[in-house]
Each structure stands twice: as structure tokens, then as C-alpha cells.
Design a binder for this molecule. Sequence first.
Ligand code: URA
Ligand code: SF4
Length: 205
Amino acid sequence: MVNDGNNSAADFLPGTLDLESLRSAAAHCEGCGRYRNATQTVFGEGSPQATFMLVGEVPGDQEDRQGHPFVGPAGRVLDKGLAEAGIPRDDVYVTNAVKHFSFTLRGKRRIHQKPTAAEITACHPWLDAELEVVDPRVIVVLGATAARALLGPAFRVTRSRGEPVPLGDALAVATIHPSAVLRAPDRDAAYAGFLADLQVAARAA
Ligand code: URA
Ligand code: SF4
């Protein structure tokens, strides 16, 4: 198939939906142009029985190299927050709204490129399939890109964070992205707010 980068991940979904079949199919996804630039697809990870599904934006530099979600600096903030909110790591499934890293080069540094609205839409079938298989009770929406993918373009994280909202059979709780904690002028305050939202998610279960 000739790929102009304007298709959808829907063309690559497997016949049977389970995490293993999804992961192997997603490894060959060319549903948008992002696969061209990346090392590999970074699919979600965790228990198919997880109570909590965490949805980030897109893999970063480290995630692209290692092939696992949230293993870089943002992942360390996330892990700390989960531990302090009392959300057990083995009861969590972690994924991203968009599964391929893309970058622009600044010298030798690979600067992460935000996914476009079209790319978020193209990648959405993977996220939908993960939601169907994992069927989480609580969905933690990490930042504006995940919010756009799951709650629509009108949702504002700054306005509605930390408030559980129904999403299918689940409750969604939005918060800021852990990378935003790292970039915040007052990191301690930003982290405290992030943790408070995760505590809401813990209680929502
Ligand atoms: N940021 C994200 O949104 N996801 C990752 O997996 C890593 C960093
Ligand atoms: Fe497929 Fe998503 Fe990667 Fe685009 S970003 S190629 S839709 S997995």
C-alpha cells in the first residue's frame, strides 16, 4: 500500500482484540506519517485487568529508544505521584494518545514534536482498542493532548482538572502532564497539584 500519511490506524487493527495482538499489529502501523521518523511504536503496557488506565501524550526521546512508555524524566514524576497517591503500579495500564515519537533536530538533540490534531485522530483507534480490552474503572488523562483525544477539543484541563467525569463505563480524571510539572516555574506547587489530582483518581476507584 502506498502511504501518504493521511490514513488511520483503523486500517492496521488486528481481527482479535487482546493486548498481544494489538501490540504486534501496532508495531507495523503506518496510519499517519509519524512512523517514518521514529525508532519503534511505543504501545501501552500493563495489566489487561488494571483498574487504572493512564493516558499521556506521545513517547519522548527515551521512550522511543527503549520502546516503553514513560521511562524518561516524565515517567519518574509519574511513578512518584502514583506511589504517593497509593495507586499500585500493578493495577495500572499506561499508554499514550499517540504511539510514535517525532522530532526536529537541534544540533544532536531530538526535540519532541507535538502531535497534530490529525495525528491524534489517526492514532485514536489504538487507544479505543486499549480501552475496550482493559476496560478500566478510572482513566487518568495526563495533559491537553490526552484530553483532546478522550474528552474532545472543548475540554480544558486547567478548568476541569481533578473532577471525575463519566467516560463510557469509566470515570475520567484529568490532570496536567508530568512534563509540565518539570517545566513549571514553581515545581513543588505544580507537583502538589498533580498529586492532588492523582489522589482524586485513587478515590474514584
Ligand atoms: N511523555 C508522554 O506523554 N508519554 C511518554 O510516554 C513519555 C513522556
Ligand atoms: Fe500509527 Fe499512531 Fe504511529 Fe501514526 S502515530 S503511525 S497512527 S501508531
